[in-house]
Design a protein around this ligand. Structure first.
Ligand SMILES: [Zn+2]
Length: 204
């Protein structure tokens, strides 16, 4: 179940799923759906469009945008910020998005490997573009992580990875799930709160 930026609800189900089952699912989750929908629409309304932004987040820090006609791509300098080429705004958006996805792929790979080895967890990971979930875990042990997470502090990224690793063993948010998560990432409550409070700022 996913809420799109325009507020539409999208449900993905196997081809043979009965319509009645999906309708019941929507009915059962209607409060969650309405709440999420309001959240998404409010978040979108209060966001400045990409072309008007003056800073972008990366690993928990906001960096100013510096335009330079000599720049051929996207560069991040610790003291100057994002050095960006002077190109059309929609082209720049694609460029910056590509840059984030590359950073996410590299960083998440190393963090996943760290947790894989430390907790003897077996899974594959992929980068996702989901709008309302930060991570998910499939029945085939594939952990999906949203590239926009690379904008968050490393602790938050680690928390999401740990959360999905705990889901490899326990699908629902049961007591055993939280116990397992705590054993992988003891400070999970704080990071969960960070995502709830500030996750809306991780957008492009
Ligand atoms: Zn979960």
């Amino acid at each position: 179940m996913e809420i799109k930026d325009n507020g539409d609800l999208v449900i993905r189900a196997p081809y043979k799923t009965k319509k009645g089952y999906i309708e019941e699912l929507v009915l059962r989750n209607r409060l969650w759906i309405e709440k999420k929908r309001k959240e998404v629409l409010n978040r979108i309304r209060s966001r400045p469009p990409f072309c008007q932004r003056e800073a972008l987040p990366f690993l928990g820090r906001d960096y100013p945008l510096v335009f330079n006609s000599m720049s051929k791509g996207v560069y991040l300098s610790n003291d100057k910020g994002f050095i960006l080429p002077k190109i059309r705004c929609d082209e720049l958006y694609d460029c910056v998005k590509k840059w984030y996805i590359e950073q996410a792929r590299e960083l998440f790979y190393f963090r996943c490997r760290y947790y894989m080895i430390k907790f003897n967890a077996r899974f594959f990971f992929r980068i996702s573009n989901a709008k309302t979930l930060w991570g998910s875990c499939s029945s085939k042990s594939v952990i999906s992580l949203v590239w926009r997470l690379v904008m968050a502090p490393l602790d938050v990224i680690d928390y999401v990875i740990a959360h999905e690793i705990a889901h490899l063993r326990y699908k629902s948010h049961s007591k055993l799930f939280w116990k397992r998560l705590e054993s992988i990432y003891p400070n999970y409550r704080e990071m969960d709160r960070w995502l709830r409070d500030k996750g809306g700022g991780l957008y492009l």
